[in-house]
Design a protein around this ligand. Structure first.
Ligand code: BG6
Length: 478
């Protein structure tokens, strides 16, 4: 469905995120016919370029990051024609009047802050000062949204001084992933799962986001952030919310976000012995974390595994095990819901213990597998085995109908449509920091040093122990 005409200003328009994600996403949506000529996309940045030079930069990025449209020259030149460039300094006046003149009256206007958080305040202030904000204006801010609760509160307060909450779009790109949205469809679109979705039937839940990439190229940021701030506070937290939340009354932004917020607020503080931190060491395929960041004493974690509890009626007593790490054996994001054993085995002790597991694969090879117990074929009595009921979305829908669009395609268009459902509300972000802050403070107070793990492994051995102590084990990453 095409969106209404809009003006989009991307601050930091020559930067990595804009070139790699935002502009290719806009281009793909343009090729899909979701918006038409007449839209204006203005990149604003400090460096000096004229519009043609900027278009040439973007053309190169499109070739690299939207290769599926290579050869569609008409579309590409149509898209490039909608681009313009304004040289501008976030903290000073030059450039702002030029930007003001280029904007169209009476249409949707979005300002995308693809810059560091220190510029959020100055940009918001200048937009107001120069009279660029209209009732149809929205702003988009990227992660990291703060470094801890205090800084997130300060950022929220700064933005709130210039914009209403319903104008502020805080991106967590995991929410834009097709399969992450599918979590809600699976839970609330089927009768099958929801009656069992509670501590009476679910033994525990595992959320794994394993990556093969390291931190190369982002050393400075990552050394200050670590896996807890970089991944757990936002992406894993969002997955946990979607898995644990109560059904919202409708699929609307505040109804969904209210329910997610309740989950975060119901999280117990995490006990120190329920967390494992790790840091990768070097191997045949690359240097270790400390070498990459150039700090031989770094205590920043590139891996976290922890056990969390959502203390509410539905989940009391059901642990949520979360883990994420860099330079692991495979790239795999998966949620495993492990159901309880049947209360009584009519087949006797030798039939063994069998628990159903629902695996929701977020990436790659998106799909759902349900492990069910059946009789082992043959004459040897009633032996039971587990077999997968396997559904790969690509196979079930056919590859042509199963294109997992990039998260940014969805999110950028939602900004234009004015739909905040897949964006984080200020109170959600603060609640997430309120949960992670004491964990990080505890590490600092204890002088905690992360456990080394081999690049290409499944993480530190202590993460296995975390499970073993509870009589459980992680499902394989591969
Ligand atoms: C980003 C983190 O938010 O998400 C990165 O800063 C991480 O460290 C990335 O690699 C993972 O995203 P995806 O979409 O590749 O799973």
């Amino acid at each position: 469905i095409p969106v209404d005409p809009f003006d989009l200003v991307i601050f930091g328009g020559t930067g990595d995120l804009a070139q790699r994600k935002i502009l290719p996403a806009l281009f793909r949506r343009y090729c899909a016919g979701q918006w038409h000529d007449g839209v204006r996309i203005l990149a604003a940045a400090r460096s000096e370029h004229d519009s043609d030079a900027f278009r040439a930069i973007v053309a190169r990025s499109l070739a690299e990051y939207a290769p599926e449209h290579a050869g569609q020259d008409d579309l590409r030149s149509g898209f490039l024609q909608s681009l313009d460039y304004v040289q501008l300094d976030a903290g000073a006046d030059p450039g702002w009047d030029v930007l003001a003149r280029k904007l169209t009256e009476d249409r949707i206007r979005a300002f995308y802050f693809s810059v560091g958080p220190s510029l959020f305040g100055p940009l918001a202030e200048r937009i107001r000062q120069h009279g660029l904000a209209t009732p149809q204006t929205r702003i988009v801010v990227e992660k990291p949204f703060g470094h801890d609760l205090d800084s997130a509160r300060a950022l929220n307060a700064t933005l709130a001084a210039y914009f209403d909450e319903n104008q502020i779009y805080r991106i967590d790109h995991y929410l834009g992933k097709e399969t992450v949205q599918n979590l809600m469809a699976v839970r609330f679109g089927n009768m099958l799962f929801e009656p069992l979705w509670n501590s009476q039937y679910v033994d525990h839940i595992q959320i794994t986001v394993a990556e093969t990439v390291g931190v190369d190229g982002r050393e400075e940021y990552y050394e200050r952030a670590g896996a807890m701030r970089d991944m757990v506070q936002n992406h894993l937290m969002q997955l946990l919310c979607l898995i644990a939340m109560e059904p919202p009354a409708k699929f609307d932004s505040d109804a969904v976000r209210d329910e997610k917020l309740k989950v975060i607020r119901a999280l117990d503080p995490v006990q120190p012995h329920h967390i494992v931190r790790g840091q990768y060491t070097g191997g045949p395929d690359g240097p270790g974390y400390r070498e990459v960041v150039g700090n031989p004493r770094s205590t920043t974690e590139s891996y976290v595994a922890l056990r969390a509890h959502v203390s509410n009626w539905r989940w009391a007593g059901t642990p949520f095990y979360l883990r994420t790490g860099k330079r692991l054996v495979a790239r795999s994001s998966v949620i495993n819901v492990i159901f309880k054993d049947a209360p009584h085995s009519i087949f006797g002790a030798e039939a063994g213990r069998h628990a159903n597991t629902l695996s929701i694969r977020l990436q790659p090879n998106e799909g759902i597998t349900l492990k069910v117990t059946i009789k082992e074929p043959g004459q040897g009595g009633m032996r039971l085995i587990d077999v997968p009921l396997d559904m790969s979305f690509a196979e079930a829908l056919g590859p042509e109908n199963h294109q997992a669009p990039d998260a940014y395609d969805r999110l950028v268009m939602d900004v234009i449509r004015g739909n905040q459902t897949l964006f984080m509300r200020g109170d959600e972000v603060e609640a997430a920091w309120a949960w992670t802050d004491p964990i990080i403070a505890g590490w600092q107070a204890r002088g905690d040093v992360p456990k080394p793990y081999d690049s290409g492994s499944t993480g530190p051995g202590d993460a296995e122990l975390l499970m073993k102590r509870d009589g459980r084990q992680w499902q394989g990453i591969k």
